[in-house]
Design a protein around this ligand. Structure first.
Ligand SMILES: [Zn+2]
Length: 193
């Protein structure tokens, strides 16, 4: 089974993706995680990605397509794929179809997570994460016992540099303009839920 999760930033794609990939033994490909990993490695590709992510823009098609499609090939023997944060544009969706076909796969299901803009802005701007264990907190809805400190290991919690209101609003606009039209694209193929 090959799945795509669509949804605005902060809709909970990562959380649902982790549950689904475990339940169905899928190879989980998160474009955000893959790009952040590239950035941390400090590669030339990572440098280009960093500038775009910090200003809330979309990483150029050719970069993200290259990163994702390489991983798709590496995981070709898995039970299926779960793509989270990709495709984001019609061009990416078409690249994905071709790449999947090249390894004898097709997309079976596209799930769109529907969340209005305002709760997303609240969620993202209040989000904090532990750099040591990865646990996620929220300053209002899920605060740690001691402000700014991880309950599990005492690490100082981090606020991601792309989690500001301005950046979130830009990512939401980009989502509405470029990604949301994919719902019609997949609906026509009978894949959208
Ligand atoms: Zn922690």
């Amino acid at each position: 089974m090959n799945l795509v999760l669509l949804g605005p930033p902060g809709a909970g794609k990562g959380t649902q993706a982790a549950r689904l990939s475990e339940a169905f033994d899928l190879c989980h490909l998160s474009s955000g995680d893959l790009l952040r990993a590239e950035r941390q490695r400090g590669s030339a590709l990572g440098g280009k990605v960093a500038g775009t992510m910090d200003t809330g823009g979309l990483v150029p098609d050719e970069i993200i397509v290259e990163v994702i499609l390489n991983r798709l090939k590496e995981g070709r023997d898995s039970a299926g794929f779960l793509l989270d944060g990709f495709p984001r544009t019609r061009a990416q969706a078409e690249s994905l179809d071709k790449a999947a076909e090249a390894i004898g796969r097709r997309m079976d299901l596209v799930v769109s997570l529907e969340v209005p803009d305002q709760p997303i802005v609240d969620r993202i701007t209040g989000r904090r994460s532990c750099p040591s264990c990865g646990r996620i907190y929220h300053v209002r809805s899920l605060p740690p016992v001691k402000p700014g400190i991880c309950d599990d290991d005492g690490s100082a919690l981090a606020h991601r540099s792309d989690d500001t209101e301005e950046v979130v609003q830009q990512r939401l606009s980009a989502y509405h303009e470029q990604t949301e039209p994919l719902k019609a694209f997949y609906r026509k193929q009978g894949l959208l839920f």
